[in-house]
Ligand binder design. Sequence first.
Ligand code: GRF
Length: 199
Amino acid sequence: ARLGVLLSGRGSNFIAIADAIAKGSLTGCEIAVVLSNIADAPGLAAAQERGLATEAYVSKGVPRAEHDARMIAALNAHEIDLVILAGYMRVLSPDFIRAFPDRILNIHPSLLPSFPGLDAQKQALDYGAKVAGCTVHFVDEAVDHGVIILQRVVPVEDADDETSLSARILEQEHQAYPEAIARVLSGRYRTEDRRYRLS
Ligand code: GRF
């Protein structure tokens, strides 16, 4: 399968996926292109260093529909099977989501449906949650809402601040994302009444 990765920032999840492919723990796929809406995103530079195809479409000041049309065209040009959101900090338009039905994955640093949206780790701390984690899910038209592929849990320690909790969650993200992609590519799971499970 051909993966198209979308990122806006440091790209550590992208790197974890690329490493998993390189060392053979994630098989049956390749990263066909890495796209960013931020021209100087560190994740884009990391992709270039790995010799991957990269393209930047600056989104600032561009209407969402227009920007997304460019992204869809780029993904289609690279014949992408699966879209991987890896810290892509823009909400996708309904047109984008309809262009890749059940073929867009996202990772969110909370145990959804708790703490959707921005600063999820801080939301968990402020709420006083005792466990936190990450969720890999399919993307639908509501933010951080689609069918859950898998989740990983971490404890919230008394001494945690946003930095320490985020780091503990991020470590799990890097394992969860390649594993979730493998699950989707295996073709052995089905969604029934929102439950994604072995069929
Ligand atoms: C991660 O916390 C991810 O869960 C969220 O954005 C962050 C991206 O980090 N969606 P990175 O760019 O992959 O390092």
